[in-house]
Design a protein around this ligand. Structure first.
Ligand SMILES: Cc1ncc(C[n+]2csc(CCOP(=O)(O)OP(=O)(O)O)c2C)c(N)n1
Ligand SMILES: [Mg+2]
Length: 378
């Protein structure tokens, strides 16, 4: 142990938990001995069994900062687009993911370049969490030629196959069958890759989703279905549109595990996704994760939201915000410093501001680009 950390530890500035962010499998007790030269100045024994149950204790501080950065990036991206859309410069429809960041981050942090995701019409968060380029995304949303899809897809159809992001999707329930196809290809390739389908609560009622659950189960596909239950499909409350209390209960009918998780809680999502993804990688087949969450903006930008109580979102932002809750836990447990988080904030804000400036100044596709990329041969 380095002297500086030891000194901080003795002064109480570093809690014991900080030293246990990556406990060794099978250990239930750790003794920490602090030496300066030959002298032992402190000996401390900790029972780790309790602490190891908490997923936040399993993440090293650089991973916690990565989680924070992904969520913050999505939030700031969406907040900025909310402002920019109102200027009229962004073409087409935009559906914002703000409020749901913990889901994309908590799931995608377990994925790597082998893995594929399919998305929804509310896809910016999934793209960012899977590693899509911020400049390419912003240019795409502005309909510019150097956007990820040449400016022809816009917000609702961003895709980057090189990152395993198979596309935002204007077809509600369009993602799950694609994820099954990707998962079948991954299974045949034998490299333990997985496919994740993000689906809304409205999308979960589509036949395509139910057929995909069946297919994934009978073919034992490495596929995870993440139902983002934000309580509404457009203006229709989930209570009017979905039979049964929980989507997760439907999983039993398809012979796969079904779990409900708090979609505002990064650690709950992260932990549940870890189990589902590692099960899928090991050939155990699909899992359905239902994440209970809220969206902060309307169904689309411009939605008057007359179907929501006036203070509905305000209350959720104040009490259940995934980033605030994450930050409070991190600071309380002294797992990261506030200064480290502020550095991330500055970096993310600067990046997004620059991506907007670059996107605005970029050229649109030319007339001769109109018919390129319309048909693809395989
Ligand atoms: C097949 C199909 N049916 C209907 C629509 C119109 N539509 C667009 S978004 C949406 C609601 C989707 O709700 P949900 O799946 O809960 O996702 P959320 O918007 O809440 O993220 C509907 C009905 C569509 N795009 N595609
Ligand atoms: Mg919904």
């Amino acid at each position: 142990m380095r002297g500086t950390l030891a000194a901080e530890f003795l002064s109480g500035n570093v809690p014991t938990t900080r030293l246990l962010t990556a406990p060794v499998e099978g250990w239930d007790k750790v003794e920490i001995w602090i030496h300066y030269g030959d002298a032992t100045v402190h000996r401390h024994a900790i029972t780790v069994a309790e602490e190891r149950r908490s997923p936040r204790m399993q993440l090293a501080s650089d991973e916690l900062l990565r989680a924070y950065r992904i969520m913050k990036m999505i939030r700031e991206f969406e907040e900025r687009i909310h402002i920019e859309f109102a200027t009229g410069e962004i073409p087409g429809f935009v559906h914002l993911y703000a409020g749901e960041e913990a889901i994309a981050a908590g799931v995608c942090m377990h994925l790597d370049e082998r893995d594929k995701i399919t998305s929804t019409h509310r896809g910016h968060g999934h793209c960012l969490a899977k590693g899509c380029d911020v400049y390419g995304m912003m240019a795409e949303i502005y309909g510019k030629k150097k956007g990820l899809c040449g400016g022809k897809g816009g917000s609702m159809h961003i895709a980057d196959l090189s990152k395993g992001m198979l596309g935002a999707n204007g077809i509600v329930g369009g993602g799950p069958p694609l994820a099954c196809g990707a998962a079948l290809a991954l299974k045949r390739a034998g490299a333990h890759g997985v496919a994740v389908a993000f689906v809304g609560d409205g999308g979960a009622n589509q036949g395509t989703t139910l057929e995909s659950l069946n297919l994934a189960s009978i073919w034992k596909l490495p596929c995870i279905f993440v139902i983002e239950n934000n309580g509404y499909a457009e203006a229709t409350s989930r209570n009017y549109s979905g039979a049964g209390q929980r989507f997760a209960d439907r999983a039993a009918g398809f012979n796969m595990p079904g779990v409900v998780v708090d979609g505002h809680d990064f650690f709950a999502v992260y932990d549940t996704a870890a189990k589902a993804i590692s099960r899928a990688r090991d050939g155990g087949g699909p899992t359905l994760m239902e994440c209970a969450v809220n969206r902060y903006y309307g169904h689309f930008e411009g939605d008057a939201q007359s179907y929501r109580a006036p203070d509905e979102v305000k209350k959720i932002r104040e009490t259940r915000d995934c980033i605030n809750n994450f930050t409070q836990k991190m600071i309380a447990d002294r797992l990261v410093d506030r200064a480290e988080l502020e550095l991330v904030d500055q970096e993310v804000l600067a990046l997004i501001a620059d991506s907007v400036a670059v996107a605005k100044a970029a050229p649109k596709p030319a007339a001769e680009d109109l018919l390129t990329d319309v048909y693809v041969s395989y």
